[in-house]
Ligand binder design. Structure first.
Ligand SMILES: *Cc1c(COP(=O)(O)O)cnc(C)c1O
Length: 393
C-alpha cells in the first residue's frame, strides 16, 4: 500500500499520528481503574462535542449500531415513526425502525435537497391524535452531500411530543451540534468520521424525555440495552468488552480536537467545503447538492458526460494516491464524492483538486488545468468573493 495515500472518502478518515501510536499501547484491564479513568475523560469531552450534559454511552460497533440503539431503546413495535430520508443513510434509519416492528411513514425528499421544515410541520400538524412517536433525522446525509438544518426541524416539531432521533455520524465535530439547546432527544455518532479516530466505536446520548420513553419501550434489545449500559457506566465500565485500542486512539484524537478548539474545527470544515465546491465549479463540473443545503463534510459532484467513473477513480488512486468515493445505491452512476472531514486541511484539498483536474484531462475531458485549484486557493487565501455556506448556528 502507498503510505502516502490521501484518503478523501467520507469515513473512515485519516488518523493523526498520535492516535496511531496510542493504538499500539499494551492492553489494559477493561474492568480496572485505568480504563474507568479513560472512559470518563473521553465521555466528558464527547459531552461537549454533542452539546449535552446527558451521559454518553460508548458502544463497540459502527455508527449503524448507535442508530439501532436509539431506535430499540425508545420505541415499541407498532409505534408510528415519521422518517425523513433524503438519502441512503436516512433510508437506513427507516429500515432499522421497520426491522424492529415500527410503522414507518416516509416523508420523502428528492436526493440532493435538504428536508423541508415546512413539510415536517405540515405533517405533524395533521397528526391531531399525536400518534407519531418519533422523527428520524439525518444531520448530514453523506450519500448526497446534503446537510439538514436540525434547529429549523426541531422548531418545526416544537408543538408535537414526538422524540427527535438524530443520526449525527458524519457531522459530529465538523458541524455545530447543540443537543440540549436544540432539544434533540437522541443523538447517535461514531468514531471514524470527523472525530479522526479508528472505526469501531459508536456513541449515543438521550434526553430526559427519551429516557422516560425508554422505560416504556418494548422493542427487543440485548447488546444495545442502555439500562444495562447505564449500570456499568456508573462503575466506569461498559457491559461487554469494549474496543480498548480504539479508545486509546480516540482519547488522543479528542486531545487534538480540543487543542484546535471545537469552533475552530467547525470553521475549518466550512472552509474546506467551500474550497472544494468552488474548485469543482471552477473546473466546469456541477455540484449535486442544491445551494444552501451543501454539506460541510462531503461534496457530491455530478459525473460529467463522457467520463468513465471507474477508470477515473482508479487513475486517481493508482497514479495520484488520491482516494475518493463513488455514489451509493441509485446514485452509483450519477455522482462521485469527495470527503473533507477529520484530520484534513487545505493541503489535502488542493492536492485532490489538482489530481482531479489531471485525471479528468487524461480521461479526455476538455478541462482547463488549474482553474479549479485557483478557485480553491482564493478561498483559502480569504479572497473568495463568494460568501461561505451559511452557518447553521
Ligand atoms: C458513516 C455514516 C453512518 C454509519 O455508518 P457505519 O458504517 O455503520 O459506521 C451513518 N450515518 C451517516 C450519515 C454516515 O455518514
Amino acid at each position: 500500500m502507498n503510505e502516502r495515500q490521501i484518503l478523501m472518502i467520507p469515513g473512515p478518515t485519516p488518523l493523526p499520528a498520535q492516535a496511531l501510536r496510542a493504538m499500539a499501547k499494551p492492553m489494559i484491564n477493561h474492568r480496572g481503574p485505568e480504563f474507568g479513568a479513560m472512559l470518563s475523560e473521553v465521555e466528558e469531552r464527547l459531552k461537549q462535542v454533542f452539546g449535552t450534559s446527558q451521559p454518553i454511552f460508548l458502544l463497540t460497533c459502527s455508527g449503524t449500531g448507535a442508530m439501532e440503539a436509539l431506535v430499540v431503546n425508545t420505541l415499541s413495535p407498532g409505534d408510528l415513526v415519521l422518517s425523513c430520508p433524503c438519502g441512503v443513510f436516512g433510508e437506513r434509519f427507516a429500515k432499522i425502525a421497520e426491522t424492529y416492528g415500527a410503522r414507518v411513514e416516509r416523508l420523502e425528499t428528492p436526493f440532493g435537497e435538504a428536508v423541508s421544515p415546512a413539510r415536517v410541520r405540515q405533517r405533524l400538524d395533521q397528526d391531531q391524535a399525536r400518534e407519531i412517536r418519533a422523527l428520524l433525522l439525518t444531520h448530514n446525509e453523506t450519500s448526497t452531500g446534503v446537510q439538514n438544518d436540525l434547529k429549523a426541524l426541531r422548531d418545526a416539531a416544537a408543538d408535537h411530543p414526538a422524540l427527535l432521533l438524530v443520526d449525527a455520524v458524519s457531522s459530529l465535530a465538523a458541524m455545530e451540534l447543540a443537543m440540549d439547546k436544540w432539544g434533540l432527544d437522541g443523538v447517535a455518532s461514531a468514531s471514524q468520521k470527523a472525530l479522526m479516530a479508528a472505526p469501531g466505536l459508536a456513541f449515543v446520548a438521550m434526553s430526559e424525555k427519551a429516557w422516560s420513553a425508554h422505560r416504556q419501550a418494548r422493542m427487543p434489545r440485548f447488546y444495545f440495552d442502555l439500562s444495562t449500559a447505564a449500570k456499568f457506566r456508573d462503575k466506569g465500565q461498559t457491559p461487554f468488552t469494549p474496543a480498548v485500542s480504539q479508545l486509546f486512539g480516540l482519547r488522543e484524537s479528542l486531545e487534538l480536537l480540543f487543542s484546535e478548539g471545537l469552533e475552530a474545527c467547525v470553521a475549518r470544515h466550512r472552509v474546506l467545503a467551500l474550497a472544494t465546491r468552488r474548485g469543482i465549479e471552477g473546473m466546469g463540473l456541477s455540484l449535486f447538492a442544491k445551494d444552501g443545503a451543501a454539506s460541510q463534510t462531503v461534496t457530491a459532484v455530478k459525473i460529467p458526460a463522457g467520463l468513465e467513473i471507474k477508470k477515473f477513480r482508479e487513475m486517481l488512486r493508482t497514479e495520484y494516491g488520491v482516494v475518493i468515493s463513488g455514489g451509493q445505491a441509485s446514485l452509483e452512476n450519477a455522482i462521485f464524492r469527495i470527503g473533507h472531514l477529520g484530520h484534513v486541511g487545505s493541503q489535502e484539498v488542493l492536492i485532490t483538486l489538482a489530481a482531479v483536474e489531471m485525471a479528468l484531462h487524461r480521461q479526455g475531458l476538455d478541462i482547463a488545468l488549474g482553474k479549479g485549484v485557483s478557485r480553491a486557493q482564493n478561498v483559502f487565501l480569504g479572497k473568495s468573493v463568494e460568501t461561505p455556506t451559511p452557518s447553521l448556528a
